[in-house]
Design a protein around this ligand. Structure first.
Ligand SMILES: Nc1ncnc2c1ncn2[C@@H]1O[C@H](COP(=O)(O)OP(=O)(O)OP(=O)(O)O)[C@@H](O)[C@H]1O
Ligand SMILES: [Mg+2]
Length: 227
């Protein structure tokens, strides 16, 4: 695939009527691993929300996983989201059901219905993140790092082209952060594009990759040594 997975031209990102980031023009190619850094409140999450259709693209041109973001309709959003997997800082597992049912819930909500196929898929993604043995556990019975692995498995259910991760290691200790990061790198090496916001400079130094910074109301690429 030669087309970029993300392409933005003169984009302004808004929260309500406030411009959070202006003049963004960038391209992300398939298979890249991109960090988004910047101080708190500079617009990292807003940028990512615009990509997954949580904030409308009101100014500028943008395509993401073959969707024209400026023309995105409410009814397109579920289909856009099937092409991406989203991982959050706080895991967001449903606390009232076990790991299997957490993943089953997502499959059913995204159009799967064949019981056997769903079982196979759930086992496959849990195996990928090394959490197959937790399939019958409740979220509170597994550690934070394990919950994040399960959240990554959930993000993989629909075999997305891209993983968007908004500070996925923000609630984890340094060692567990490295383990989750290794998992994301492995997923990236298997061909998926990853866009990850982080505050964790130690992680960035340990796993260097292309880095975009939110600063001064815009988003631009930085060379790693000057971050
Ligand atoms: N739901 C919202 N409604 C209105 N303004 C918002 C909303 N969410 C964020 N903002 C504002 O948009 C700006 C960017 O916030 P955003 O959450 O994108 O920053 P961030 O870089 O992700 O910060 P953090 O590192 O704390 O997660 C901030 O000024 C914030 O106050
Ligand atoms: Mg944020």
């Amino acid at each position: 695939m030669s087309q970029p997975v993300l392409s933005l031209q003169d984009v302004t990102i808004y929260q309500d009527n406030n411009a959070v980031l202006t003049n963004i023009s960038l391209e992300v190619n398939h298979g890249e691993f991109i960090y988004i850094i910047g101080k708190t409140g500079t617009g990292k999450s807003s940028f990512m929300k615009t990509l997954y259709g949580d904030l409308p693209l009101k100014q500028g041109k943008g395509t993401f996983v073959d969707y024209d973001l400026a023309k995105l309709r409410e009814r397109d959003i579920p289909y856009l989201r099937r092409k991406i997997g989203i991982v959050f800082q706080d895991f967001k597992l449903l606390p009232d059901r076990n790991v299997f049912d957490n993943l089953l819930f997502v499959l059913k909500a995204t159009g799967w219905s064949e019981k056997r196929e769903m079982e196979v898929k759930i086992n496959e993604v849990l195996d990928k993140v090394g959490m197959k043995t937790a399939v019958h556990k409740m979220p509170h019975q597994v550690s934070g790092g394990e919950q994040q692995r399960i959240a990554v498995a959930r993000a993989l259910l629909n075999d997305p082209e891209v993983i968007i991760a908004d500070e996925p290691t923000g609630n984890l200790d340094p060692q567990t952060s490295v383990e989750v990061m290794q998992l994301l790198r492995e997923i990236n090496q298997n061909g998926k594009t990853i866009i990850m916001a982080t505050h964790d400079y130690a992680l960035l130094m340990k796993f260097p990759s292309k880095t975009l910074k939110c600063d001064g109301g815009t988003l631009f690429e930085v060379v790693q040594r000057t971050v």
